[in-house]
Write a protein that binds this ligand. Structure first.
Ligand code: UDP
Length: 317
């Protein structure tokens, strides 16, 4: 198949590029490199079944030739990024989703939207099933991401109903692994970065808030499985093991052997208190459950950071 991945140079996008190329597909990665990185896809540049196009999908998208899939992953996705890029985030998930849907329609291609657990906001229902409508503050700092992704889901369903477009929607819960940007401000990247550079680990609030962390290869497996099933409503993809932020900090300290202290900082506005996916739908529909154990996944990620963090890699030489 010939597949366009928007956000193809990003963290999850580039892992999906790897997988789809390994599965024998022709992949076009499109990215404006605002939060993506060409290093993530460097190994494919000489592959004749791979193309990179530097483009912002909030503007009209032109692709020559046929497409079987348009897979829309472009968006700043870490809270720090979308707070710094609020308008870009709103645009890529509204205009960018509209443009990519229009492209799919024109090419008679199938369409895959990367949505997010942030559509549930600060949830009042635990775990969160897809039927939960969420608890989102539209005008709070996270609204630029949450509401834009909610709009993206709405317009994707509208294209499905109105134009009969063959669509998929996933809601991605916290995901980690190699290539998570060192400075993207997320909890896993911050803690590993801090632990390896002997800086204090910064816990926001009391650290009793929870997340559930899925390893990127589990997510990619879920994505590929959903591409093979005709199902149009959203599907949660996440790891149902809930951890507090304090637990995560202690795990990362232990796994890195770091002597960093732990410090407490103010909790960001509207930071969700609990997040936990109900993955019953993915289990039934895709026969999918996340397999990677958190310790194993963190060890792989830490090893990658040791190789790639400039200060740490330089000290080893
Ligand atoms: N967090 C933290 N210290 C950090 C970065 C994040 O305690 O250095 C907390 C953050 O307040 C949130 C959780 O970790 O409760 C996960 O944050 P992240 O930015 O990774 O993603 P979110 O799940 O909030 O979108």
């Amino acid at each position: 198949m010939r597949i366009l991945i928007t956000g193809g140079a990003g963290f999850i996008g580039s892992h999906l590029v790897d997988r789809l190329i390994a599965d024998g597909h022709y992949v076009i990665a499109m990215d404006n490199l605002v939060t993506g990185n060409l290093q993530n896809i460097a190994k494919h540049t000489s592959n004749t079944k791979f193309e990179f196009i530097h483009h912002n999908v909030s503007n009209h998208i032109h692709i020559a030739g046929d497409l079987d899939w348009v897979v829309h992953f472009a968006s700043p996705a870490s809270p720090v990024d979308y707070l710094e890029l609020p308008i870009e985030t709103l645009k890529v998930n509204s205009l960018g989703t509209h443009n990519s849907l229009g492209l799919a329609l024109r090419k008679n291609a199938k369409y895959f939207l990367a949505s997010t657990s942030e559509v549930y906001g600060d949830p009042e229902v635990h775990p969160q099933p897809e039927s939960y409508w969420g608890n989102v503050n539209p005008i709070g700092p996270r609204g630029v991401y949450d509401e834009a992704k909610r709009f993206a889901e709405a317009i994707t369903m509208a294209y499905h109903h109105k134009h009969n477009l063959d669509t998929r929607i996933i809601r991605i819960f916290n995901c980690y692994g190699p290539r998570l940007r060192f400075n993207d401000g997320r909890v896993v990247s911050n803690f590993i970065h801090q632990a390896l550079t002997s800086k204090p680990l910064t816990i926001y609030g009391e650290g009793s808030q929870t997340r559930s962390f899925q390893y990127v290869s589990d997510l990619v497996e879920g994505i590929v499985r959903l591409m093979g099933v005709k199902f149009h409503e959203p599907v949660n993809l996440g790891n149902p093991q809930e951890r507090t932020v304090v637990e995560l900090a202690n795990m990362i300290k232990e796994l890195t052997g770091s002597k960093s202290e732990i410090v407490f900082k103010p909790l960001p506005t509207d930071d969700p208190k609990r997040r936990l996916p109900d993955i019953t739908r993915a289990k039934k529909l895709l026969d999918w459950t996340p397999e990677k154990d958190l310790v194993e996944g963190l060890n792989t990620t830490i090893a990658w950071y040791r190789e790639h963090l400039p200060q740490v890699a330089a000290a080893k030489k």
